[in-house]
Ligand binder design. Structure first.
Ligand code: ASP
Ligand code: MG
Length: 436
């Protein structure tokens, strides 16, 4: 069985939903994971923000706008008056539920319940459409099998057992539709896999069902070898290894959520990135196959802050780095890149919410410098095996650009450098010319 995931834009209107239907109805049995219609989750976040501030008028205005939008799409999506009426009733019941939160106390639990409504709506609407078309589809309620544990990690054993039960309950169908993004937590409350988490759902479902393939459908033709917004003549990469994909997904390639790679890799299930606008195109296939000695892609991540700690106490000391890392940990701030010398360490972060507190705490170890507006440029490929000369080619290309940090050998598949953001475009282009 294959698992196919379609993002918000792919189900963003009646017309796009119809295209998805024609793509998935090919006679073979499959699971289809859907995001909310594009814009919906953002609007639901907006509603929640109004409700936190007790601004019911603000919330109601966004709600009315959404209902209006759904009504319009319903008119275009269904042929029969009967289905239209049923779909409008569905929309009303979900928004009545959201409106019920204007009365009572509003906390993070209610917010999560609100955020879940987008995927519940898109999947039910798609199910009604397939039914009207005479297709055999069934809904698999994600809230009945998708679960995260106390550490917000997916509970794989629970998911595996319960999705199987839901499949049996649903009986025989061609298209099993389920909601991306939403889950329950360890206490049985409605929760989610974080923004953009539908890719993660697809991967977890694929792993739970031991799928033959996981397909992530978007509106781009796969993962590109460089950033097309800054470099001309980029191309879609036909084959990527799981390791390369994991590096690239983190470094800003928006097409695939970074969390999606791990469950697929662990279960060795190929992931294919495909384009709904160009369904025949090969896209990008991510698998365990690693092409030897190849430089595969270049990517960049913006808004990086570099923190440098210089300390005489680091010299010959043990436990120094642990103390430094614990400070970041205490502010729940992930460290992305590090580079060390005998007397200092440089660290990059992309979440600078607590940078002031972190710097204050670090000052007890030595002098601390902070540089904002930095960029990590990463070169991904089979770079640190027996092949020679990659580093030379990379730094030859970058010879005119001031480099702040370098990381080489952290994994076999990534060389990263930190530069100032004003040099980003130049760096991506000179690397492109030298490496491809
Ligand atoms: N609808 C959710 C979001 O907008 C999940 C997703 O689309 O992946 O973040
Ligand atoms: Mg996405």
């Amino acid at each position: 069985m294959k698992v196919l995931k379609f993002g918000g834009t792919s189900v963003g209107s009646a017309a796009r939903m119809k295209e998805v239907a024609s793509l998935v109805c090919d006679g073979s049995s499959k699971v289809v994971v859907l995001s909310a219609m594009s814009g919906t989750t953002n609007s639901l976040v907006e509603i929640a923000n109004y409700l936190y501030k007790k601004n019911n008028d603000g919330a109601n205005e966004v709600i009315s706008g959404l209902i209006q939008k759904y009504y319009e799409e319903i008119e275009l999506l269904y042929a029969k008056g009967e289905t239209k009426a049923k779909a409008k009733e569905l929309v009303n019941s979900h928004f009545d539920y959201i409106k019920s939160f204007t009365i009572d106390m509003f906390t993070a639990h209610e917010e999560k319940a609100i955020l879940a409504q987008g995927e519940l709506l898109s999947t039910a609407m798609f199910h009604y459409y397939l039914a009207e078309q005479g297709e055999k589809s069934a809904l698999l309620p994600a809230l009945d099998f998708m679960r995260i544990d106390k550490n917000q990690e997916p509970d794989s054993a629970y998911i595996k057992e319960n999705i199987q039960k839901e499949l049996e309950k649903a009986g025989e169908a061609e298209i099993y539709i389920t909601q991306g993004f939403i889950s329950r937590n360890a206490f049985g409350e409605i929760d989610n896999l974080q923004r953009g988490g539908s890719d993660y759902t697809a991967s977890l479902v694929g792993a739970a069902l031991n799928a033959t393939e996981i397909q992530i459908w978007t509106d781009i033709d796969g993962m590109h070898n460089n950033d097309p917004r800054f470099v001309e003549g980029t191309y879609s990469i036909t084959n990527l290894s799981f390791d390369e994909a994991a590096e690239l997904a983190y470094f800003g390639a928006k097409i695939l959520h970074p969390t999606c790679v791990l469950p697929a890799k662990v279960n060795n299930i190929p992931v294919r990135l495909l384009n709904t606008m160009e369904p025949e195109a090969p896209g990008t296939l991510i698998s365990s196959q690693q092409q030897k000695g190849r430089i595969t892609a270049i990517a960049a991540k913006d808004n990086i802050t570099v923190i440098k700690i210089k300390s005489g106490r680091m010299l010959l000391a043990y436990g120094f780095l642990r103390k430094v890392f614990e400070i970041f940990e205490s502010y729940k701030t992930p460290i992305d890149m590090i580079s060390t010398s005998e007397v200092g360490v440089s660290i990059t972060i992309d979440d600078d919410k607590h940078v002031h507190e972190i710097v204050d705490d670090l000052k007890k170890f030595g002098t601390v410098d902070v540089c904002t507006d930095q960029v990590i440029v990463c070169i991904v490929g089979d770079l640190v095996s027996d092949t020679k000369g990659h580093a030379n080619k990379i730094f030859e290309a970058l010879k005119e650009i001031p480099i702040r940090m370098i990381s080489y050998g952290g994994s076999n598949f990534n060389v990263s450098v930190v530069i100032e953001s004003q040099f980003k475009k130049e760096a991506l282009n000179v690397l492109n010319n030298n490496l491809f």
